[in-house]
Design a protein around this ligand. Structure first.
Ligand SMILES: C[S@@+](CC[C@H](N)C(=O)[O-])C[C@H]1O[C@@H](n2cnc3c(N)ncnc32)[C@H](O)[C@@H]1O
Length: 285
């Protein structure tokens, strides 16, 4: 075990939980990073996947007395944990009707952590059906997202994997850019940030921060800045010609001609893509 992990409060509480639990060693540092701000606060925390209840005790001890810890599992045995004061719901995370009933009863919650069945539909349903019911400042956490790459039991990689669904949300939150000229939807209006860890994805919910973006500038004057984005190719030759023959003054024909040739030239796009392809190959090594 990594020695820094051993020092973490959440790891110590995991080790001292009175009921059995299994976690991946890398998760504890993630928990501390994304959940420490909620300690000793009055929050409603929901975990899908109760099993023996080991993690429920860990969460209760981590968040403190003010927090309400709720468990969800498909296995009716999980109900036994109610004797320890946890609220337990029996139902399937991939069942829309279950979620309707659950949120009708519980109302809005702060955090939901999915450690349930880990299949694509299960993880995707958790996010899709919970999104409207997470308070601003809350989070949706999905664990074991590495299953998006596993064949056995999970039939992945697939177009419909949880990781692909999450990547799709990356596209959707970009609707907040007016340059895309697309309507905001329930995802882009609520998900402020998506954080990807190895095997954990975290959605930060905050509708107040999810507005249509707009360009703003300050009051200072633009003195000399021109975007050189399209000036990467043959800039040396252009500079030389300008120096020798003064061809590049503002209204010159030559300047307009080179702008026509160089601005968004498709050939340069091909050159760029060849370089990118090489980088993509290098990053897979
Ligand atoms: C990995 S265990 C949970 C472990 C627990 N969180 C812990 O750390 O101690 C996964 C649990 O998810 C439950 N589960 C599987 N599919 C489910 C579904 N569709 N809906 C709700 N729970 C499900 C299983 O019955 C099992 O108890």
């Amino acid at each position: 075990m990594n020695k820094n992990t051993k020092k973490l409060t959440i790891y110590k509480l995991f080790q001292n939980s009175k009921k059995y639990s299994v976690k991946w060693s890398g998760y504890f540092q993630v928990y501390e990073k994304i959940l420490s701000e909620y300690r000793n606060k009055k929050i409603k925390f929901v975990e899908i996947g109760v099993a023996n209840g080991g993690s429920l005790f860990m969460w209760r001890n981590y968040f403190g007395k003010k927090a309400e810890i709720i468990g969800i599992d498909l296995n009716p045995n999980a109900k036994k944990l109610e004797r320890y004061g946890f609220k337990i719901y029996i139902g399937s995370q991939s069942d829309k009707k279950f979620w309707n009933k659950f949120y009708k009863k519980e109302g809005k919650i702060d955090i939901i952590l999915d450690d349930g069945g880990h299949k694509n539909l299960q993880q995707i349903s958790t996010v899709h059906h919970s999104l409207p019911f997470i308070k601003d400042g809350g989070k949706i956490i999905v664990e074991d997202t590495g299953t998006s790459f596993l064949k056995k039991e999970f039939n992945n990689p697939s177009k419909y994997s949880f990781i692909n669904y999450s990547k799709n949300i990356i596209n959707i939150i970009h609707r907040r850019s007016p340059l895309l000229n697309k309507d905001l939807n329930s995802y882009s209006k609520k998900i402020f940030l998506i954080e990807f860890f190895e095997s954990i994805v975290v959605f930060y919910i905050d509708s107040k921060k999810c507005f249509l973006n707009k360009e703003v500038d300050n009051k200072a004057k633009n003195e000399w800045a021109i975007d050189y984005r399209h000036n990467e190719y043959f800039q040396g030759i252009k500079d030389e010609l300008n120096k020798k023959y003064g061809l590049m003054n503002k209204r010159s024909f030559f300047r307009r001609l080179t702008r026509k040739i160089f601005y968004r030239n498709f050939l340069f796009n091909i050159f760029d893509n060849l370089k990118i392809k090489k980088i993509f190959k290098e990053m897979e090594k």
